[in-house]
Ligand binder design. Structure first.
Ligand SMILES: *Cc1c(COP(=O)(O)O)cnc(C)c1O
Length: 401
């Protein structure tokens, strides 16, 4: 998208506003599928929690994607977007058996990451095949060394508990149709990821009815110029080769699955804000925008460094700013950032605002959640209205005491 497109959206719809470039989502999707073009059966399940707007889900569905969900509400959003239940995988953690059973009843693929739930689910529904989430205990430690750890992670069933899984499967007569891992760490070091994959391949040989193997996510995207990102093309080439070897040893073709969130939508997103005030203190120059961690919490929660561009003064000379918000709380988006000279009223764009940004927005300070725009074929489509005062009080019950 051009800066002028973003400025036009800010003018038309007002700030703060989230904008998603559908073409970027499409090119990321195609980059991933073409990296694995040599695999006979590939399935991409977009991780809905990154950005769950139904129009975005529909767009990904048109591209051929399935979805990965973590709650029954995300499953329902997917069904509303038109996904076939068989193109939905549900990967809950710490969720009650009751909800898991409800999702299974909808015909969605269940992924279980807990022995107690596995035993109960298998006892109640031995006829429903399930996927199991394995914790391979692999972590990337430093640049090249592989360390085995993560023993206390709340996710997945430990590879050391395979004998117990097998006992449950035998006792209940249930079928395991998939195995899954998602370590949550970045695939920066392809060797580390392939090492974890070997553990999954080894585990797979314990299960005779696999239809798919799901390697989760962890694809890293650049946030700033010069950031390292996963070399998807090299990764695709190497894992595809290894996967084909596995399939021939396993004796049948299984589907290779991934569930990227950030990779597909992060770079497609821009968060547009207006500068309310410039405030010079003894030590710094603050640019205060009409937002805060109520709309974009990643910088404060994770220390994410979102690139900030002054759309209103692209040719200006650079100066140093601390970009902060307007809520009554420390809400620093960026410290001592070099940005083109800012004047009150300028529009600032935060990049990489597609994944885990709108989704974590709240009404703190009783501010409205922003609008969302999907940009496609040179046209801005409003896909969520800005909230209003009625939304804020919708569920309040005003009592006279
Ligand atoms: C969050 C999540 C993902 C997506 O992770 P990204 O880093 O956004 O790609 C994939 N799988 C599961 C199970 C998740 O919880």
């Amino acid at each position: 998208m051009q800066n002028t497109d973003l400025l036009a959206i800010a003018n038309t719809y007002g700030c703060p506003v989230y904008v998603y470039d559908a073409h970027k989502i499409e090119s990321q999707y195609k980059r991933l599928t073409s990296a694995f073009k040599n695999v006979n059966s590939l399935k991409i399940n977009y991780a809905v929690k990154a950005l769950s707007n139904i129009s975005v889900l529909k767009f990904l569905k048109e591209l051929g994607s399935g979805i990965d969900t973590v709650s029954i509400q995300e499953v329902k959003l997917g069904l509303t977007a038109g996904y076939d239940p068989k193109d939905i995988i549900y990967t809950p953690n710490g969720v009650a058996l009751d909800e898991i059973e409800k999702v299974a009843k909808l015909g969605v693929q269940i992924n279980i990451d807990n022995l107690s739930i596995l035993e109960q689910f298998g006892t109640n529904h031995p006829e429903i095949p399930v996927c199991i989430r394995i914790n391979p205990h692999v972590m990337a430690g430093g640049n090249t060394n592989i360390s085995v750890g993560h023993i206390d992670s709340k996710f997945g069933i430990s590879i050391h508990q395979i004998p117990h899984i097998l006992r449950i499967v035998e006792n209940t007569g249930m079928t395991i149709n998939g195995i899954h891992m998602h370590t949550g760490s970045d695939i920066l070091d392809i060797d580390v990821f392939l090492y974890a994959s070997e553990i999954l391949f080894e585990t797979a040989h314990n299960f005779k009815d696999l239809k798919f193997m799901d390697f989760g996510s962890g694809f890293k995207v650049p946030y700033n110029e010069g950031d390292i990102e996963t070399d998807i093309e090299e990764f695709g080439e190497r894992l595809s080769l290894r996967f084909k070897e596995f399939c021939s040893k396993y004796g049948k073709e299984v589907t290779l699955a991934f569930e990227p969130g950030k990779f597909l939508v992060s770079e497609a997103g821009y968060f547009l804000t207006t500068v309310n005030a410039i405030k010079q203190t003894t030590s710094t120059v603050f640019a205060q925008v009409d937002s805060g961690f109520n709309h974009l919490i990643r910088p404060m929660l994770y220390g994410s460094q979102h690139t900030i561009v002054n759309l209103s003064n692209p040719e200006g000379k650079e100066r140093f700013y601390s970009v902060v918000g307007y809520i009554c709380e420390t809400d620093t988006f960026a410290n001592n950032r070099r940005i083109k000279e800012i004047t009150e009223g300028d529009i600032l764009a935060f990049k990489n605002a597609g994944a885990y940004c709108y989704m974590m927005a709240s009404n703190y300070n009783s501010r409205y959640r922003p609008a969302e725009i999907l940009w496609y074929n040179n046209k801005a489509h409003l896909i969520r209205e800005r909230e209003n005062f009625d939304d804020l009080i919708k569920h309040q019950i005003i009592v006279d005491l």
